[in-house]
Design a binder for this molecule. Sequence first.
Ligand SMILES: Nc1ncnc2c1ncn2[C@@H]1O[C@H](COP(=O)(O)OP(=O)(O)OP(=O)(O)O)[C@@H](O)[C@H]1O
Length: 237
Amino acid sequence: MERAMLQLEGVVAGYGPTTVLDGLQLQVRAGERLAMLGRNGVGKTTVLRAVMGLVPLRAGRILFEGQDLAGMAPHRRAALGLGYVPQTRDIFPSLTVEENLVAGLKRRPLQALDEAYALFPRLAERRRNGGGQLSGGEQQMLSVARALLGQPNLLLLDEPLEGLAPLIRQELLAVFRRMSEQTGIPVVIVEQQIDEVLGYAQQAVVLDHGTVVHQDTAAGLRADNEALDRWLGMAVQ
Ligand SMILES: Nc1ncnc2c1ncn2[C@@H]1O[C@H](COP(=O)(O)OP(=O)(O)OP(=O)(O)O)[C@@H](O)[C@H]1O
């Protein structure tokens, strides 16, 4: 069996007296798009933050491409190839689109910006606009484009569709699909837009009480009204 690219083993993490992740096991394989679902507050963001080293582990371990990340600072994890787009859309509002992208280049030449513009033509059109002038969907594209310029081996996306109108969500997902087809970079995507994200992802996990309580293909979960109702309080039409 193919080795997992990212592996969480018995991860325990939380805040102060609260344990949020309680022995969590999770695997992401090369090329896979994994939707991480669960009700509000179950700890989906905490999983991503733990992978990036922004929340300390109380027990367990996280392996990325076979390497134990214990004690490794977030910037070193990014340098290893973990790309993270937080829920807050990590852009600089006072800088232009292009300046925001340059900030993601690290040591790569300026020509690498063309990769971002090829994948996100909308950003090319708006390259001289301020980050703060962009629509929510465009800001999300900018965050993802910037993360991709760092040449990640795995991308963690936290609720990229949040607060966006349905048409913009469709447009953004179409861009994500193109990105996945062109780059093959594995993606872990946390979303509340269940139906839409299950149309993009290939695999799905559901979190509850600090662990993975359900695991299926995205198509399997999408057709499983009982699981959707039980774990997510909903049924997809
Ligand atoms: N910095 C923090 N300090 C204390 N508690 C926190 C902190 N961040 C998150 N929590 C709590 O930890 C729990 C898990 O939060 P987390 O954001 O990981 O959940 P989530 O599944 O991503 O939620 P949502 O879907 O609402 O974004 C919640 O009860 C939340 O209130």
